[in-house]
Ligand binder design. Structure first.
Ligand SMILES: [Mg+2]
Length: 172
């Protein structure tokens, strides 16, 4: 049961995920979380480094959809300047937003990765819908109230996975 919360991959930041590595694995699309995955939860816009990352993906024909549980104002204000499709109030770990995202991108779940910083929403949601999941270390060390609550549970699960040798950090 706990394995449903175990990501397929674990990276220190989104920038370790490159078009080359995705293509090697037959991946054509990305479903990514926003807050603390792409930028800090309280940063309104993308950083120049992140804009370059999006451009590199687009050049390589890798489709991206931002799927966030946050509200319309936050997600739209972030995504629109980048011209990246988005789904707000996604209700992850429910699978509906993921299904809509791949339908809109014209991809299969086998061709799409789900990226996020939370086990309870991003990883669990991606796993239970059959996606390859990638956990990133949260960009910010502070969180909103509910995320802080989730992190307590998360930390226990991460410790358990590590103890069991199930979670291998990609230290380089
Ligand atoms: Mg997040």
């Amino acid at each position: 049961m706990l394995n449903q919360f175990l990501p397929n991959q674990h990276v220190k930041s989104i920038f370790e995920i490159t078009p080359e590595k995705l293509k090697e694995n037959g991946i054509k699309g990305i479903i990514t979380d926003l807050d603390n995955t792409l930028v800090e939860w309280d940063r309104p816009n993308a950083t120049p480094k992140l804009i370059n990352w999006f451009e590199a993906m687009q050049k390589a024909n890798i489709a991206i959809t931002i799927v966030s549980n946050n509200n319309k104002d936050r997600v739209q204000a972030f995504s629109d300047p980048l011209k990246i499709p988005f789904i707000f109030q996604a209700r992850k770990p429910m699978g509906r937003a993921f299904r809509k995202a791949i339908k809109d991108m014209g991809l299969k779940k086998e061709e799409t990765v789900v990226i996020g910083d939370q086990l309870l929403t991003d990883v669990f949601g991606g796993n239970r819908s059959g996606f390859h999941t990638i956990l990133v270390v949260p960009v910010a060390s502070t969180d909103g109230f509910w995320t802080r609550f989730n992190r307590l549970i998360e930390r226990r699960m991460l410790d358990w996975f590590r103890k069991k040798g199930k979670l291998v950090w990609e230290d380089k």
